[in-house]
Each structure stands twice: as C-alpha cells, then as structure tokens.
Design a protein around this ligand. Structure first.
Ligand SMILES: [Zn+2]
Ligand SMILES: [Zn+2]
Length: 201
C-alpha cells in the first residue's frame, strides 16, 4: 500500500491502546498481504510482483527483475517465521522479529512516487524495492506484536488446509483462510454430520 501509510505519527501511537485507525488499517493490509505471500510460497505459487501490485504497492509494477527476485528469496527466508506465528508465544515472536529488524536499513523518510502524493516509508528514498517491502512487512509485524501479540495469526480450520490467516475481526472470530471453499466445505460437512446424528437419534 504505502499510500497514506503511517501518515499519522506512528512514533507516538505505538504501545498505546488507541492507535489511529488509518494507520491501523494500513498495518492490517500489510499483514494480510504478508500472509497471502507466505501462503503462496507454501503452495509454490509465489508471484510477489503481481500480488503486491494488486494490493496497493505502486512500486511493484516498475521494480527491477533483480529486486523482485531478491524479494522472493527474502520472503522465502522469512516465511518460516511468519508461518509459525500462530504457535509462538509473544516474547519469542518479538525476539524473532527484532532479529530480523536489525538486518534492515530502517530510517523513515517522506517520499512521493508514482503520483500517490507524499507519504512515509520506513526506508530512505533510495532504498531498493525489496528493502522497502521487507522493512514494511517487519514493521507491520512489530506494530502488530506490540498491539496484539500473536493472537490474531491463525491457521485454517478446514480439514487438510494448513493455510495461514490474519484475523482482523473485532471479536477474533475468524476460522478459515481466504479460500472460500474451506469455509463452505466445512459447513457442508458439519451440516451432514448434524443430519446424520439427527437420523440416528
Ligand atoms: Zn511508497
Ligand atoms: Zn483453508
């Protein structure tokens, strides 16, 4: 996204209960894209340029092939951490994200590119596309861990599906990944099981 991303002053919102809703929704979009990329890696279908381009990362369409290729390798390296978030306790997840953050050239800057208007990046305006995206992902993870811990990361409840999801619902009621078939086939199976038990009763 990175349009109005973090346009609100993030430094004074972190750690407080009332994170500005615009910044919060930008973080959520980044987390959902991150989950989608990691699920694509798990199923060997990663196309980072297309996925990022479709989700409001305006640099994705013009990024160099080398940068997109590096990004793919870095996402693959990051995917075990993201995939394990549902199983990690908060201190472990925070430590792991901190380890990744130390590797990144994070230094916020106001940028204006691709006619989207001035906005903030976590990286200098000269950063490569892969550094920018990986920093964006790690900062979104860091902000999420500070705000909610790992509790909003989950795995699909459908039989045979291991896909990850980020639960952005108010009451944390999400059970399935973004593949609509998972919810529908589980509901059908539940319904059949109920009918069967009614018949045998
Ligand atoms: Zn940008
Ligand atoms: Zn699923």
């Amino acid at each position: 996204m990175l349009l109005a991303r973090y346009a609100t002053p993030f430094c004074c919102t972190v750690g407080h209960v009332h994170v500005a809703s615009a910044a919060q929704s930008e973080i959520r979009i980044t987390l959902e894209v991150t989950v989608a990329l990691v699920n694509d890696i798990a199923s060997d279908e990663l196309d980072a340029r297309t996925t990022l381009d479709a989700n409001g990362f305006p640099r994705a369409s013009n990024a160099s092939n080398a940068s997109v290729q590096r990004l793919g390798q870095r996402l693959v390296a990051l995917s075990p951490l993201v995939s394990s978030l549902p199983d990690l306790d908060d201190p472990t997840a925070m430590r792991r994200v901190n380890e990744e953050l130390t590797e990144l050239p994070i230094s916020p800057s106001i940028v204006d590119h691709d006619a989207v208007g001035p906005h903030l990046h976590w990286t200098p305006s000269t950063a490569t596309f892969d550094d920018q995206v990986v920093s964006d992902i790690l900062m979104a993870l860091a902000l999420e861990l500070v705000e909610n811990g790992t509790i909003r990361f989950g795995r699909c409840a459908a039989d045979g599906c291991e896909r990850l999801f980020y639960d952005g619902t108010r009451n944390r009621s999400r059970r399935f990944c973004d593949d609509a078939r998972c919810a529908s086939r589980t509901h059908t199976a539940d319904h059949r099981a109920r009918r069967a038990s009614e018949r045998s009763a």
